[in-house]
Design a protein around this ligand. Structure first.
Ligand SMILES: CC(C)(COP(=O)(O)OP(=O)(O)OC[C@H]1O[C@@H](n2cnc3c(N)ncnc32)[C@H](O)[C@@H]1OP(=O)(O)O)[C@@H](O)C(=O)NCCC(=O)NCCS
Length: 166
């Protein structure tokens, strides 16, 4: 695999339009906890006021934004070793290794620069590609949350998963 001209960089405030467009895609909405119909203004504000404890990286092919990964450190001082992960790849670009590249970059940042020893996330139990990606990168299922979220008219369960390095 391998996508030519793939780069990963920090998100910038001017990425708000491309990020809003990413979060209107059916596959992205289905796989994440985001609501459909995000406004451009919502993403403009989010990217202008990105908190210090949140890193957001984007994947680009040439100049096109095709995915992102977020890494947030919880504010509780006793959870400063934790990183919460969320990610999305553009519907038209799934299955080409972009998710793997984004997650590996976030893991490297967590392991080698932020010294985070526990990375955690939640994933819908029917999201096979995401679960496969996380297990490939060392995440383990820790438990199942029943009816965790409401999605497209029905309740769905999630796995809580973590990658622990202590
Ligand atoms: C989950 C997601 C990030 C994966 O990104 P991606 O770019 O498609 O991932 P990759 O191409 O790097 O594939 C990663 C692994 O997923 C698995 N995978 C990919 N497509 C799959 C499919 N259709 N079915 C089952 N497993 C699949 C494979 O194990 C693959 O690793 P391999 O190629 O080394 O075997 C992407 O599908 C996505 O953003 N979906 C919508 C939003 C979402 O679900 N976000 C996750 C929220 S928890």
């Amino acid at each position: 695999m391998g996508v030519p001209n793939l780069t990963i960089r920090s998100i910038e405030p001017e990425d708000y339009r491309a990020t809003q467009a990413l979060f209107t895609l059916p596959g992205v909405i289905r796989g994440t906890m985001q609501l459909p119909f995000p406004s451009i203004e919502l993403w403009r504000q989010r990217l202008t006021e990105l908190p210090e404890n949140r890193r957001l990286l984007v994947a680009c092919v040439d100049d096109k934004l095709v995915g992102n990964v977020g890494l947030s450190i919880p504010p509780n001082p006793r959870r400063r070793h934790v990183g919460e992960i969320g990610m999305a790849v553009h519907d038209d670009w799934c299955g080409r290794g972009i998710g793997t590249a984004l997650l590996q970059t976030a893991i490297d940042l967590a392991d080698r620069w932020l010294n985070l020893s526990r990375l955690e996330l939640s994933v819908y139990v029917d999201n096979a590609p995401a679960i496969a990606l996380y297990e490939k990168c060392g995440f383990k299922r820790e438990g199942r949350f029943e009816a965790y979220a409401f999605r497209d008219g029905v309740y769905v369960d999630t796995w809580t998963m973590a990658r622990v390095r202590i």
